[in-house]
Design a protein. Structure first.
Length: 178
């Protein structure tokens, strides 16, 4: 069984700020103040969690953070990950861009247009990246290069020189002409 964890003794100023936080319109601040107040009364983390409808590990995290940083626990931090893993190094981005300016057929593929999945696969095969990645990783890498990815499109055309005249009226060719 885990040993119970409680917050350290509160100063009068901390008690006033926690009491004021209980009336806050910000749910984050109010919930944290409720956790701190209950812990100061001697309630254990599982009981606090049950009472507030949250996980007991959340309660423990708040208590630990208060014991180390004080009332800064009442300010909501960023939910953004502290470190984003990027699959492509700066050199890898340059190599990816060069790769996409060549035909997939140059790499033994049986198609003439790149897809994000195909770019991910060939990037791994060519040693640009160390591990296989998803098409989303390639899209993010292209975004870092400030390049928009547009899906390849096939246009329906006819080799008939009178195609434009034979085509039913009201339909338009790509490019805006009738």
């Amino acid at each position: 069984m885990r040993t119970p964890i409680f917050i350290r003794p509160l100063t009068e100023d901390e008690q006033r700020q926690i009491q004021a936080g209980l009336r806050s319109s910000d749910a984050f601040v109010m919930r944290r103040c409720q956790i701190l107040r209950a812990s100061a009364r001697g309630e254990r983390a599982p009981a606090i969690a049950y009472q507030l409808g949250c996980d007991d590990q959340t309660v423990r995290n708040v208590i630990h953070e208060f014991n180390t940083t004080g009332l800064s626990v009442l300010q909501e931090g960023s939910s953004r990950p502290h470190r984003l893993h990027t699959s492509f190094s700066e050199e890898g981005l340059v190599r990816l861009k060069d790769l996409l300016h060549r035909s997939p057929r140059n790499f033994g593929k049986e198609r003439g247009r790149w897809t994000l999945d195909l770019a991910a696969q060939v990037s791994f095969e060519q040693g640009i990246i160390a591990t296989p990645i998803s098409d989303e990783s390639v899209r993010r890498a292209l975004k870092r290069l400030k390049t928009n990815w547009k899906r390849a499109k096939h246009w329906i055309t006819s080799p008939d020189p009178q195609y434009q005249q034979k085509k039913p009226s009201g339909q338009r060719m790509r490019g805006g002409t009738k």
